[in-house]
Structures are given as structure tokens and as C-alpha cells.
Design a protein around this ligand. Structure first.
Ligand code: XMP
Length: 486
């Protein structure tokens, strides 16, 4: 073994972007649109990690509104994970295809219950043929002592109901909502049956957030994670049926042959929905996943802030080198790279994209935001949220609870993925960081700045033009604020 021949691998801290002559005068002139997959573009190339302390529906909704995308984690039953996807897809739409409805004879209390469960302020009242009879809103229930009366007695009746044909366009709908002073516009088909609903709130959100990540029907985009064994095919099908825009086949060692087989099987099952696969840290890993059908490659073995894989198993590739090598292999096939893990600030995002990534996946920073699952707790006087690696002992225990009998899980071989015995992640707490939109704003602001220093106005230009220097520990010390009292 010739130790001298071992390649040197670098992490983000080992390098800096070199400032270049640049006509870019303002960070606002920079376009940060990056591709998650060949078909899904993100105005903010930030992906919320598929971790149970990071991404469920509230995070997926917030990050898609901010121009990124969330990946719903898979530490849930299929039904639970499907419902997180469905909640995200339902949060916004130009047209709600399947609006919540009630029948006219049900008690008002039941209508209120439906509104509460689904977080909506109004229901279309329909007859047995789905023809609209009226509309009942939360307002109609106010100051009423008797909630046993039927919906029909308080609803706005059909003659006062403004409806529109199903093919109405956005501008016409906006005029109707404005001029008729209504919040909700039911759509009807040629037979007069309820065919959808347009709401004032959705229209306003579209206008306010033109950079949100949306599908072709104006719904927020969301991805969902699956594994490589057990119920993964059934789960994949159910998630796609619920509207998932992409699947993330995610295991710790994405270059396992079992992962390659699963990528091929899942890709065939859900096409044209794209499958993102990982995690790998080498060009060979990336190439094999692409050959198996992956439409994006998730790169990162051990860089995550809650990872202990490198300590426990002695395995990993420092993330800057891993991203660079995988991105070179992926570029030959036009396949995007998600740089997953180790992002601590906007500068790391700029370096990851300069190294060839198209998007970055973020766990820790988003775990501290308002929309992550979990409650705020107090530790040593500071307000924090819990964050844990998905291969931590706690996450493995949660996984076993979902899988049922732990012996079954072990017998199926799940211990190679989430070992209850040899955890490869830690459980920790992270400081509060405001909203997910704030976190995205900070990261993208840093990226914009890094791009303008690098003479790049697009992600593609950043990937091609970024120039790096390697630095020493003295350089790293100099890079951080020093010789001042913070
Ligand atoms: P950050 O640094 O943003 O990284 O917190 C998030 C990524 O970390 C990975 N991850 C793990 N890696 N053991 C690992 O080796 C774990 O328990 C673990 N949990 C998460 C994952 O790729 C995530 O997106």
C-alpha cells in the first residue's frame, strides 16, 4: 500500500472561491434557478432534508413557497406519509380539483368539524348529484347557540352563489372574486356538477409569491423519500398517486447493489415521475445509479451535522471532493447533483454549486426553523429544537415502532440501514432560526453574493466559472472573524 498515492479529499472549509473580474453589479442580477431533477427547477436551489426533525407538510409548504422544495421523510406509515404529501399538494392550487363539501341536511356542527379537520373556512354544499346548492362558511356559524340545525338553514343559497365554468382562466376568476366580493368560487361542469374551486387566498398567494415551486396545476411541489426494501414499491406508488412530484430513494450507502436494483424497479413503476437516488460520494456510485435510472444523484456520505458514520464506520469522502467528482460524472449524462449535508452558511452553498452541484440539501439549519416538526424546548436558558440523525438510536427506535416487531425488522435485514445497535447519527438540539423562508433567504443571499464574486449570473455559469484555492488552517482562521470580542 503506497500511502503517497492516496488521493487528497477536501471539505468546504479547505477551499475558498477566488474573486474574479465580473460585470455583475448587483446580487439582484443573479438568477439562482437550479434543477432538482431534469424536469423540476427551483428558483432557490435549497432542498429540505428527508429527516423526521426537518420535513413534514408544514416545512414542505414553507420551503416550496420560498422557491425550494421539501422531501417528506419516510419514518411514517405509508398512510401518514401520503397524508403529508396530500396536505402539501392541497395547500395551494389555482384550482382545487376536489373541494371539501357537505350535504345540506347535516348538522352545522358536523360542517364545522369538517372545516376544522381540514383547516378550511368554507364548504360547498352539494346535492346527491354533486350539484352545488350553496356555500357554508365559518362565518355562518358565528353567534349561533344551536349547532344541531341543518346546514341548509344557514348556507348562502344557490341563488346567491356565484359559480363559474370549469375552464375559467386565472384573470377572469380574479375579476369575479374581486367584483362579487367573494372568497371562494365554485366551478361547475357542463352538467352543472361541482368541478373545482378557486379561492381568493390561492390567487393572492400566486401573485405574492411568483417564485414558489409549483407543479403544472399551480400546486406546491413536494418530494417524498422511500427506502430500498420492505414496502418501498407500495409506498412509491401511493406517494405518486397522492401527487408527489419526485421520489427520493435514500439510504446511507446508495452504492449498494440493492439500491441499484430498487432504483430500477421504482423508476419503472413511477415513470414519468423522476427518482432521485443516493447517497453516494464517488463518480462510480453516481454512474451506477444513473445507469439504473436515477434522474438526480444525492451526494454525501458523512458530511451531515448529525452524522457519525465517519467516526463509527470510518467511511466517507469530504464533501467538496465528493460533490466535485460526482458532478463531473453526472454532467456527462445531464443529471443534476444534490449536495447533501454539511451546509452551515450561504458560503457553503456557493462552494457546493461552484463544485458542480445543482441544489443543496439542508438538515440542521432548517431543523431550527418554525416549520420543522417538534416543539421548542429550553436548554441551559436557550430556546432550541431537537434534531437527530436518521441513523441515530432514537430514530432507529421510532423506525422499529412503525415497522412493528423489532425482530421482524432485524430479520428483514434493516439493521444495515438503521442499526439500533451501532448508531451512525447523533441526537442533538439546534438553536431557533426563525422561519424556513428566512433560512432560505439567508442561504440564497450568500449564494447570490458568491456568484457575483465569481462572475456568474446563472447556476450553470457558477458551475463552469467558479475558481477555487485550497487554504491552510491559518487561512481558515483568517476567514472567520478574529481578534475581536463577539
Ligand atoms: P446537515 O449538515 O444539513 O445534513 O444537518 C443533513 C444530512 O445528513 C444526513 N444524515 C445522516 N448521515 N447518519 C449519517 O451518516 C445519520 O444519522 C444521518 N441523518 C441524516 C442526511 O443525508 C441529511 O440530509
Amino acid at each position: 500500500m503506497n500511502i503517497e498515492s492516496f488521493p487528497l479529499a477536501l471539505s468546504y472549509d479547505d477551499v475558498l472561491l477566488v474573486p474574479q473580474r465580473s460585470p455583475v453589479a448587483s446580487r439582484g442580477d443573479v438568477d439562482t434557478t437550479g434543477h432538482l431533477t431534469p424536469r423540476i427547477a427551483l428558483r432557490a436551489p435549497i432542498v429540505a432534508a428527508n429527516m423526521d426533525t426537518v420535513t413534514e407538510a408544514p416545512m414542505a409548504i414553507a420551503i416550496a413557497r420560498a422557491g425550494g422544495i421539501g422531501v417528506i421523510h419516510r419514518f411514517l406509515t405509508i398512510d401518514q406519509q401520503v397524508s403529508e404529501v396530500a396536505r402539501t399538494k392541497r395547500a395551494e392550487a389555482l384550482v382545487i380539483d376536489d373541494p371539501f363539501t357537505v350535504r345540506p341536511d347535516v348538522p352545522l356542527q358536523d360542517a364545522l368539524d369538517v372545516m376544522s379537520v381540514h383547516g378550511t373556512g368554507g364548504l360547498v354544499v352539494i346535492d346527491e348529484d354533486r350539484r352545488p346548492l350553496g356555500m357554508v362558511t365559518r362565518r355562518d356559524t358565528l353567534l349561533r347557540d344551536d349547532l344541531t340545525i341543518p346546514v341548509a338553514t344557514v348556507m348562502s343559497p344557490r341563488e346567491r352563489l356565484v359559480v363559474a365554468p370549469a375552464d375559467i382562466d386565472e384573470d377572469e376568476a380574479a375579476v369575479l372574486l374581486r367584483d362579487e366580493r367573494i372568497e371562494k368560487l365554485p366551478l361547475i361542469d357542463a352538467d352543472g356538477r361541482l368541478a373545482g374551486l378557486i379561492t381568493m387566498r390561492d390567487l393572492l398567494q400566486r401573485k405574492e409569491r411568483p417564485t414558489a415551486t409549483k407543479d403544472g396545476r399551480g400546486r406546491l411541489s413536494v418530494a417524498a423519500a422511500i427506502g430500498v426494501r420492505g414496502d418501498h414499491l407500495e409506498r412509491a406508488r401511493a406517494l405518486v398517486d397522492a401527487g408527489a412530484d419526485a421520489l427520493v430513494l435514500d439510504i446511507a450507502h446508495g452504492h449498494m447493489e440493492q439500491a441499484l436494483e430498487a432504483v430500477a424497479a421504482v423508476s419503472a413503476l413511477v415513470a414519468p415521475v423522476e427518482v432521485i437516488a443516493g447517497n453516494v460520494a464517488t463518480a462510480e456510485g453516481a454512474r451506477d445509479l444513473i445507469a439504473a435510472g436515477a434522474k438526480a444523484i444525492k451526494v454525501g456520505v458523512g458530511p451531515g451535522s448529525a452524522c457519525s458514520t465517519r467516526v463509527v464506520a470510518g467511511v466517507g469522502v469530504p464533501q467538496f471532493t465528493a460533490v466535485r467528482e460526482c458532478a463531473e460524472a453526472c454532467r456527462e449524462h445531464g443529471i443534476p447533483v444534490v449536495a447533501d449535508g454539511g451546509i452551515r452558511a450561504g458560503g457553503d452553498v456557493a462552494k457546493a454549486i461552484g463544485a458542480g452541484a445543482d441544489t443543496v440539501m439542508v438538515g440542521n439549519l432548517l431543523a431550527g426553523s418554525t416549520e420543522s416538526p417538534g416543539t421548542v424546548v429550553s436548554r441551559g436558558g436557550a430556546r432550541v429544537k431537537v434534531f437527530r440523525g436518521m441513523a441515530s438510536a432514537g430514530a432507529a427506535a421510532a423506525r422499529r415502532a412503525i415497522d412493528g416487531d423489532p425482530q421482524d425488522a432485524l430479520a428483514r435485514g434493516d439493521q444495515t440501514e438503521f442499526s439500533p445497535i451501532v448508531p451512525e447519527g447523533v441526537e442533538a438540539v439546534v438553536p431557533l432560526r426563525g422561519s424556513a423562508a428566512d433560512v432560505v433567504g439567508e442561504l440564497v443571499g450568500g449564494l447570490r453574493s458568491g456568484m457575483s464574486y465569481s462572475n456568474a449570473t446563472t447556476i450553470r455559469e457558477m458551475q463552469e466559472r467558479a475558481r477555487f484555492v485550497r487554504i491552510t488552517s491559518a487561512g481558515l482562521r483568517e476567514s472567520h472573524p478574529h481578534d475581536v470580542t463577539m
